[in-house]
Design a protein around this ligand. Sequence first.
Ligand SMILES: [Zn+2]
Length: 134
Amino acid sequence: MHPDSAFEDVTIQLESATKQTQGQAQLHAVPHQVARRKGLIAWLSCWGVALVALPIPLVHFLAPPLLLLMGPLVGFIAYKVYAGAIDIVGGGGECPDCGVSIDLSGRDAHWPLDVTCGSCQARLLVRLRPVSPA
Ligand SMILES: [Zn+2]
């Protein structure tokens, strides 16, 4: 496994107004060292653009000081966005109402998820199912 990766398999529960089914999803959390690196890259790329803008007439009065100031801020925001972000990389379940498979990959894992079935248009609530103590 890649050292930057933190994958986790979870059981999820899909609820319609009347029924519920179970599914599986694979989550990927962004580790803090990756978030820090992304923040640093965002910061440095601001400063990089500032350097590039330096020889450009007129632009060099405004852009470099602005970008130099914005660098740490952009870096911090990028860090905050990446740190603690959890994506659903794969998985899903079946619609409790019509049985069609619901694909949740590519979504942010903010529980509960609000999903609309593409087949029967049922509004589904997807919850993280707590692991029952064995
Ligand atoms: Zn459905």
